[in-house]
Design a protein around this ligand. Structure first.
Ligand code: HEM
Length: 116
């Protein structure tokens, strides 16, 4: 899971600032990749399956709806609840020292502005 989780963390960061910058299509793309990583994770590590599925339903699918509506404040709210839940799960599995924190700086490797 560690390599998958590193990628999820990076993409969760990108997703936030893509939505904030108005590149909703990029936000959707990053979210879709995270959802597929969690699907693969469920198969690779069955012990995480239920939590990965519940997390996808309760947080990622809701984030997806906010993205499609381009609803920034709704997005921000469910996105941050997702962080709290992810950290609860880290604790549950004995990784209380793995606390995801949204970086205060936007990622620089992709253009976060909406394309005209
Ligand atoms: C968007 C939500 C999530 C984010 C941003 C996130 C982020 C991270 C990060 C950055 C790490 C440390 C990876 C490393 O440096 O090696 C990690 C570890 C971990 N996460 Fe998550 N996580 C999320 C959701 C979840 C969920 C839903 C589970 C469900 C079981 C989970 C289980 C774990 C476990 C077991 C570890 C420790 C072992 C490992 O690194 O694979 N995480 N997570």
């Amino acid at each position: 899971m560690a390599r998958l989780m590193k990628e999820v963390g990076d993409r969760y960061h990108l997703l936030y600032y893509a939505a904030k910058g108005g590149n909703w299509k990029l936000a959707k793309h990053e979210l879709n990749v995270i959802i597929s990583i969690f699907k693969a994770g469920s198969v690779l590590r069955p012990k995480y399956k239920n939590d990965l599925t519940d997390f996808t339903q309760s947080y990622l699918n809701r984030i997806s709806e906010r993205i499609l509506e381009e609803d920034w404040s709704g997005f921000d709210d469910v996105y941050r609840k997702g962080i709290d839940e992810a950290n609860k799960l880290h604790e549950k599995y004995g990784y209380d020292y793995v606390r995801y924190v949204l970086p205060i700086t936007p990622p620089v490797q992709l253009d976060l502005k909406a394309r005209k």
